[in-house]
Design a protein. Structure first.
Length: 586
């Protein structure tokens, strides 16, 4: 019988967010620390309950540590080229070993291979899963070369090629230890070396489709690989991040669950993947989208398109570094965020233009989306930032409503699809006029966050990027300058100043990394290429040693903040790299 949930425990200060690496198989994902500990894993889907939750609590909430038993003098790590296969090398006073971590591509299995490199090293494995977000301690059954962990309806099995009951093993050069942790009762031991070769072949084959050939090749390829790892091969859904409740302010309350499929984030992810030369994900996502919105549009869905994503708090997890509450689910699923129509229609038009999906098979979906937009665009909403204060008429929400109509009109005209074009064109013009009149402040010579409010917002940088007005328009140039002056913090761009724009939340936050990449694109469009390239280089330098980015960054503490790795940050990096390439070639 499972034991009671362990009480909240504040362990030693947690590893920095950037100390983690990501492994995955387009079904689920795990975070692996520099110290060899897997501190986060949700199985069998991205949005399933975590069975390793030490990231948000303590080791008692589930983790799997493989590392030398003796003190480590040096750690280096890398992804095997063009893959999501992670290799960490530990050096000790007596020798060195490597630990290779990856997930099998065709089943729910996590594989760890320890290889002796030099000298003689004692390696220990400490596997202690705890199901249901670290609340359900499993029973354990030991068999030769096999350990079974069971709690309620959940089972995982550890297979190994050495004594499964031995915590330590001695490795010398050329020796290996293999571990295969599988989810579910009906599992089997996998041949670790063969699975590694298969995973490498799969990821390198996918990466080989990429088309970017610029100066930021490594950063772009790693960003695209990360985006691919956030896609679900079984459903076509794309999650915003594989984690929940990593704080946007250390010790603060701005902690959200991002293990779901936002229409906005997934649309932009597909656009970045298409830009990078990857079309398969667009086909799968389009099918997911058509199923998900068949019963109406909401902001986000479960990985399989589920509409119910209730938000609740986990009392037994202390939170990352004590930053509570830990939240499961996301109440933003019930918000009105009008901008999502713009991102959706922009991406669907790109899918049509590239011939990924026949336009006529998408048209009924487009008509339904525009009908829903026509019924709601005049309402105040919670915006692209899904604020939890009073709804307002956010400028970018109206801009993206214009984008949705513009792309639908372009699709109808390009592919001769039946549509009420006169009505759509009239509404497109009405929205454009409204934004230019109500969303612009002559006093600030800038567009503003919302109508009747002079606060600035970095999302206004999307206006030239989506073609609402050309970058050379004085109002856009003024907006870019105002954002650079008012929202710059440590050389990066804030979403907005929380003390000026009430978002209904306590505390502050770091700089939102995607906003800096939007600023790079805006500068490039304004012809300020040197400034744009310098900022891009600075931002790529914020990547961790594996090329990964969280949602935000603290320029004072020089740490990554928020859920990790964050798709929004990586897709914005990809788009900025292509924008710089285009600007340099112009």
């Amino acid at each position: 019988m499972a034991a009671d949930p362990p009480p909240p425990a504040q362990a030693a200060p947690p590893a920095p967010i950037e100390a983690y690496g990501l492994i995955g198989n387009c079904r689920s994902a795990a975070l692996v620390g520099r110290n060899g500990a897997i501190d986060w894993l949700c199985w069998p889907r991205f949005d399933s309950p975590a069975c390793f939750a030490a990231l948000l609590g303590s080791p008692a909430n589930g983790r799997w540590l493989i590392a030398p038993a003796d003190p480590v003098t040096r750690i280096t790590r890398r992804y095997l080229p063009a893959t999501m296969v992670l290799e960490t090398v530990f050096e000790t006073g007596s020798g060195s070993v490597s630990v290779t971590d990856f997930m099998a591509m065709d089943r729910d299995a996590l594989i760890r291979i320890v290889r002796g490199i030099s000298g003689q090293v004692v390696v220990r494995s400490d596997l202690a899963p705890c199901f249901q977000y670290g609340s359900s301690v499993p029973s354990v059954r030991h068999d030769p070369n096999r350990v079974t962990y069971t709690a309620g309806s959940e089972t995982m099995v550890l297979y190994t090629d050495h004594d499964a009951q031995a915590d330590n093993a001695i490795l010398r050069p050329g020796m290996t230890l293999s571990f295969c942790l599988a989810y579910g009762a009906d599992t089997e031991m996998l041949q670790a070396e063969r699975e590694q070769a298969a995973a490498v072949a799969w990821w390198t084959g996918w990466s080989g489709q990429g088309v970017y050939r610029g100066p930021w090749q490594d950063a772009v390829q790693r960003a695209l690989l990360t985006l691919k790892a956030l896609t679900c091969s079984a459903t076509g859904g794309i999650v915003a991040a594989p984690t929940t409740s990593l704080p946007e302010q250390l010790g603060g309350p701005r902690n959200w669950d991002y293990r779901y499929c936002w229409l906005r984030d997934s649309s932009l992810t597909v656009r970045a993947l298409l830009l990078g030369g990857h079309q398969q994900e667009a086909r799968a996502w389009t099918a997911w989208l058509q199923r998900a919105v068949a019963d109406g549009v909401q902001t986000l869905y479960g990985v399989g398109g589920e509409r119910a994503v209730p938000e609740w708090e986990v009392p037994w997890l202390a939170g990352y570094g004590g930053a509570g509450p830990v939240r499961i689910g996301n109440a933003a699923s019930g918000q009105l965020q009008i901008d999502v129509y713009g991102e959706l229609l922009d991406t669907l038009l790109l899918i049509m233009r590239q011939g990924v999906v026949p336009p006529d098979t998408l048209w009924s979906t487009v008509l339904g989306l525009i009908a829903a937009l026509e019924a709601t665009w005049r309402q105040p909403d919670e915006s692209i930032w899904e604020v939890r204060g009073a709804p307002r008429h956010f400028t970018v929400s109206k801009v993206m409503a214009w984008v949705a109509l513009d792309r639908a009109i372009q699709a109808a005209e390009t592919f001769a699809l039946a549509a009420p074009l006169d009505r759509w064109r009239a509404l497109r013009g009405e929205i454009h006029d409204l934004v230019c009149q109500a969303g612009f402040s002559a006093a600030r010579n800038s567009f503003t966050q919302s109508f009747g409010n002079d606060a600035l917002d970095a999302s206004l940088l999307l206006m030239p990027l989506f073609g609402f007005l050309p970058a050379q328009d004085p109002r856009i140039a003024g907006t870019v300058d105002a954002i650079g002056e008012d929202l710059m913090a440590g050389g990066l761009i804030l979403r907005y100043r929380t003390e000026q724009a009430d978002d209904g939340l306590a505390g502050t936050e770091g700089v939102f990394l995607a906003c800096g990449f939007w600023y790079v694109q805006a500068l490039a469009r304004l012809g300020r290429l040197d400034q744009a390239q310098a900022l891009f280089a600075h931002m790529v330098g914020l990547n961790n040693d594996l090329g990964l980015l969280a949602e935000e960054y603290d320029p004072v503490g020089q740490r990554q903040l928020g859920n990790f790795p964050q798709g929004f940050s990586h897709l914005a990096l990809v788009e900025a790299a292509f924008a710089l390439q285009d600007a340099a070639a112009a």
